[in-house]
Design a protein. Structure first.
Length: 296
């Protein structure tokens, strides 16, 4: 049995609900991540009734369920107060509950050195007196403060390998502090397969750091492809260099049984192919994985 393909609405940010439903029906996708943002299907100001209407419309028209809310909460951002970040995260947990989603994606997003390049682990431009360890602890503390609500609702925060904490090593720094503050927590990771790879971290190393935070229903895997590490422009899955087969072998052996969710970033790269084409290519890439990378 092959891995299940899921999708993010980031790949069709301006499509109508009817267009989205048609795309998912034609490609067989039944699980999606919904991205929060002013150009998306819903925003931080969407009402519960609006969220329920979107949930029900997708279910009725395309048999699609929402499994993750991709927030833009930035828990390591020193320009926002802890109270502001906590309020935003708790609001997204509530939205996930209304939508029937299991997960809420959060970003680390400490400020980056302006000279960073996509193929290098970024340096940070932190306020005086702050360092990577300290800003990671701040992000962890905010997530921990949201855990009572998360546990009450049955929604899990997921920390993505992204921006300031692009690789598994840095992602795990935040988890280590969360684990210290809240032993037994279920906070997970999103392993965006492209990001740690493009900054030079081997997938084996990434999995060593965060495998426990994605296995057994704890986290999520996002797939994407690019031509080379220094160019983040999406290319159709299987035509670039991100090592999907190697990653899937690690996932299979490490206990991950969730979907492979295509994050086709057409919102940021409007010149790329439509989401339907990207999903067809992704399904083909999954179907043609070597046997030892298939889901047992």
């Amino acid at each position: 049995m092959a891995w299940e393909l899921a999708a993010s609405t980031l790949g069709a940010p301006y499509d109508t609900m009817n267009e989205l439903a048609k795309t998912f029906t034609e490609t067989g996708v039944t699980k999606i991540e919904v991205a929060v943002g002013d150009e998306m299907k819903f925003t931080m100001n969407s009402t519960d009734d609006e969220l329920k209407a979107m949930r029900d419309e997708l279910a009725e028209k395309a048999n699609v369920s929402i499994f993750s809310v991709d927030s833009r909460v930035q828990v390591c951002n020193p320009d926002r107060t802890e109270d502001e970040l906590l309020e935003s995260l708790e609001h997204c947990l509530h939205m996930a509950d209304v939508l029937g989603a299991q997960y809420v994606r959060v970003f680390p997003t400490a400020p980056l050195d302006p000279c960073w390049t996509p193929d290098r682990l970024p340096g940070l431009a932190l306020p005086d007196g702050q360092n990577l360890a300290g800003i990671s602890k701040r992000g962890a503390a905010i997530i921990v403060k949201a855990l009572p609500l998360a546990d009450k609702l049955g929604v899990q925060p997921l920390l993505e390998t992204h921006d300031s904490h692009t690789n598994g090593e840095r992602n795990a720094m935040i988890h280590a502090e969360i684990d210290r503050l809240a032993p037994g927590n279920r906070v997970g990771s999103i392993w965006d397969l492209a990001h740690p790879w493009r900054v030079g971290e081997d997938p084996v190393t990434t999995f060593e750091y965060i495998g426990q935070y994605i296995a057994n229903g704890r986290g999520l895997v996002q797939i994407k492809d690019c031509a080379f590490p220094g160019d983040q422009t999406p290319v159709l899955q299987g035509t670039g260099r991100v090592p999907l087969a190697k990653c899937c072998r690690l996932l299979k052996n490490g206990g991950y049984t969730g979907p492979l969710s295509l994050e086709w970033e057409r919102r940021w790269y409007p010149e790329v192919a439509p989401l339907k084409d990207a999903l067809v290519a992704a399904q083909n890439a999954i179907d043609n994985l070597p046997l030892d990378a298939q889901l047992a």
